[in-house]
Design a protein around this ligand. Sequence first.
Ligand SMILES: Nc1ncnc2c1ncn2[C@@H]1O[C@H](COP(=O)(O)OP(=O)(O)OP(=O)(O)O)[C@@H](O)[C@H]1O
Length: 733
Amino acid sequence: MGKSAVKVYIRSRPTSLATESLRIAPDRRTVLVDLKKKEEAGPVNNQQENLTFKFESILQTTSQEGVFTQCAQEVCDNVLTGYNGTVFTYGQTGAGKTYTIAGDTNRYEQRGIIPRAIHYLFHEIDLREDREVQVRCSYLEIYNEIMYDLLVENPGTADNLVVVDEGGTVKVKGIVKAPVANEEETLALFFQGENGRSTAQHALNKSSSRSHCIFTIYLETRAGADEKVVSSKLNLVDLAGSERTKKTQVTGQTLKEAMFINKSLTFLEQTVNALSKKESHVPFRQTKLTSVLRDALGGNCKTVMIGCIWGEQSHMEETVSTLRFASRVKTLMTDAVINERNDPTLLLRKYERQIYELKQELAMRDTLSGRGRISYNDVGDLERHELHETVRKYLKGEIQLDDIAIENLKMIKETFKQFRIVYEALDAELIEQRMKGNLPRGEDAGGMQDEVDKAEAGEYEPVGDEDKEASAGFHIGEAPPNARPVEDEATEGTSLPGIFKDSSYPETPPLIGGPISDKNMAYDGYKRDVPEGQEQASKLKQLTSDLKEQKRVLRQHGIEVNKAKQEIDLCTSQLKSFRSEQGETSGENPEEQHLLQQLKAAKSAYRQAFTNLKTQRTTVEPLVQQVAETRAALVENFNVWFAGQAGETTVEDEVLELPPIEKEPDTGGEDMAEQFDRMEMERVLGEDPESGAFHNARKTLRRKKPVPAASYYGDKGRAEGVRRLEQRAARIG
Ligand SMILES: Nc1ncnc2c1ncn2[C@@H]1O[C@H](COP(=O)(O)OP(=O)(O)OP(=O)(O)O)[C@@H](O)[C@H]1O
């Protein structure tokens, strides 16, 4: 793909902009800044400054979904193709960096780029039937210039992590790259890592990141029987925010952290400046952060930066500084390539297959040309012995050169070998005879014939059986019954446990308790007897029943997706155990072929079911909206009618419109907590059938025992301890 510029987006917190200083042009790409003159700066420095910055897009009220689609989805697509990608956020403390990258990990709708990228990548991987993709992830934290592995339960000291250059690519040696089979597992690791991050409260952010964090997803993709492996990675980077410590009013440990943060961001700025001015020396090694980000800023990577800003007047200086930095980053060029290499195992498999095919081809040609039965396999013991005899007879003059039958190249080589064996035996015998003084001068040549005999009689040792196994090939007309043309191998998919439970999507639960008021009775009458009420109530009834039916279909599609996922899992695990039992196979075993076919069919069924599910959602969503609107209109009209009839009270809710309480489902021995979990899952899946992995991963995390940071994080743990003590002291004081 060659060189490409880093793409820069600006996201503003959804507060009102200080429009007298900061305006967004109608193209939604340009920011116009009008810095008011500073009276106190005197005559020299009191000029008004107008600045214009242009970026890919300015996101002001864009939703989390919108930010992912606009800024990160393309990077994910590139990573799926085989390029490395990085998305990083930059900006003043509290400006929304963590909200953008990680999002609110407790609220599905507010999830950020990381969970969305995980979902997107796994979904796309599932749809690529012809590929086998192995996924891993890591979570790195740089806190006070020390690197920590957020996925390790008990890392002890953090000394084991170092940034290294491997073949021109930056790597963090020693970091855990955890293999993950699906979205849920990856999210669970991400949430676990999030829990270990260092945060603190200050005047501008009640949960401010005190470290830089990089969540990385690694993909290794193999396509069919191709020996090529494509490796790529996606870095999702949440930088700690620059802060004016006067504004954040931090003290103690948090102040120390702020100093580390500001220092590393200054070095980042210096690095970007040097790159942007194409200076010969770029100070990447000054900090851990710039070392780790080297590829993202100017190497083998496709990079996106999201600059986060506050729009308020009081933060204008920091906002301009972020915009200036962002403009410089925009000038950086990276040089991304598809990271492709040969897999030695697959290469060997390919060569074995080629040799096999060539042998068959040769055998066929020999038959067609009337050469009869010729073997192209290695020379066996028996053939070696026969050749040795032939050579011996030839040297004795008992046979002619034409009598040595040479069928193939391997036999020519073996014949030469046998000449050498006979020669060496003779040579040794001659030397021995000479040393004993048995050999009269001038008889060397004449005695040759005898020496051949002598050497042969005593010295010949059959060559070992090193090639025994190699002779296990087949001759023409003896092809094993399972020999057949090599077919393209279908790929093994990643394991994908079903996330879509066999769930029902209950209607809104009825309100509990409370006597039915007069007003509610009037409401009932309104729907029954007043023509306007009658009409709306019957419309609502019809819509509710349509919705119920469409939700039933949606649920059915969910079940089909789930079934297909389970089938994929089953085939994948059967294939795995088959391969681990058989070791390396050439991919031609009928059982393996059968499993691969099944896997392919399951992936195809999954794709179809998923498409149906998505299509059905587009039917259900507007219906949900229509039901809500019709219901609200009915209640509102009733209120108006009722106010005209009687006193001024508000209707409780449209209690009587709700469906009757359904019979309790069979709990199948579930306890209360499990029942709650199941019902909660049914509810969230009803809202978004794709959210299962997110909620399950959160549930997994809740079940895990928290590990006290101070017990294993060394420096970081101590800092955490100091912070807690300070907070306690402040509370007591
Ligand atoms: N676009 C947004 N929409 C809604 N809430 C937002 C948005 N941006 C930020 N917030 C809220 O503002 C608060 C601070 O945001 P966040 O923690 O992401 O800032 P930050 O830039 O990461 O700060 P720090 O550098 O201190 O870690 C959070 O409560 C977050 O939910």
